[in-house]
Unconditional design. Structure first.
Length: 295
């Protein structure tokens, strides 16, 4: 299985220091840790922070061939507020290097040969990266939209466009309520997921609910998985690990309910560690999923 992950790579600045981050980077790292082939499409500045970030990516075993380096904009930085460990908030600097991902033919070739193209709304906040994303969507076999709405870095117009060009969508319960509210649709979970799947012709739509687990709509079937109780360190990267785990199951043909349970275990396991990309294996996730289901 091959994945192409498009968008932001950056430094999360925490009270304890800086850590590599950005949803596409986190998803790619977790996919790699699950033994899958993941490529990252992004951009950093030609600066010390960019060099450190490139070195980190290489240290994880990921390739940096599709990570651009530019002279005109600095490497991305996000100030993360973790005073509430269960609901992290972010101050995202703008503009930065990943706002200016340039299109080239090599990116099209990568996307065309990948089993899934993973992207979010944050990297579409400015037109240079947004236009590159829109061009690449035309060539993707299976389009995975990680909604990731960070005020004020999104518009209803862009979110709607990306929903219209997606096959699988993952969002959290706050995002689900906001999006369905735009269209005057009930935020009741089953009603909302059914409406989204039907309105945007989605193969699957998933909502994460923090400690309350997650729900997944596939066709006319609705699956739920409860949350797994862990000692939370911080929730940075939990949703990204969840998505990587869900995609692992989806593209290998696992039953949806089984994939959802595995994804919830992956998100919980990351929340039990500090930082977005602790090294966790599929075996560790499976063990947690199995132990929690037997309780």
């Amino acid at each position: 299985m091959a994945f192409a992950c498009f968008g932001e790579m950056l430094w999360d600045v925490l009270p304890t220091g800086k850590q590599p981050g950005g949803a596409p980077l986190n998803v790619a790292v977790h996919l790699h840790n699950f033994g899958l082939n993941a490529q990252l499409i992004s951009r950093v500045g030609h600066d010390d922070l960019g060099s450190e970030l490139m070195a980190y990516v290489e240290s994880t075993g990921l390739c940096t061939s599709y990570v651009q380096q530019g002279e005109t904009h600095l490497t991305g930085v996000v100030k993360a507020n973790v005073s509430d460990s269960k609901e992290v908030t972010y101050q995202i600097v703008k503009p930065v290097a990943w706002d200016y991902i340039r299109y080239d033919a090599a990116l099209t070739e990568l996307v065309e040969t990948s089993d899934a193209f993973v992207f979010g709304s944050l990297a579409a906040r400015l037109s240079p990266s947004r236009e590159t994303l829109y061009r690449l969507l035309e060539h993707a076999r299976f389009k995975v939209f990680d909604v990731n709405m960070r005020p004020p870095h999104y518009t209803r117009e862009v979110i709607t466009y990306l929903l219209q060009h997606s096959d699988l969508v993952k969002m959290n319960h706050h995002e689900l309520a906001e999006i369905t509210g735009w269209f005057g649709v009930s935020s009741d979970e089953e009603t909302a997921l059914h409406w989204l799947a039907d309105r945007f012709q989605l193969q699957a739509v998933c909502v994460t609910k923090g400690a309350d687990g997650a729900a997944l709509r596939v066709g006319q079937q609705h699956f739920r998985s409860p949350g797994i109780t862990v000692q939370v360190q911080d929730t940075i990267g939990s949703g990204d690990a969840f998505l990587a785990a869900l995609l692992r199951g989806w593209l290998t043909g696992e039953p949806p309910g089984q994939s959802l349970a595995f994804a919830c275990a992956a998100g919980s396991l990351v929340a039990a560690h500090q930082g977005a990309t602790p090294v966790i294996s599929a075996e560790q996730v499976s063990a947690l999923a199995t132990s929690s289901s037997s309780r």
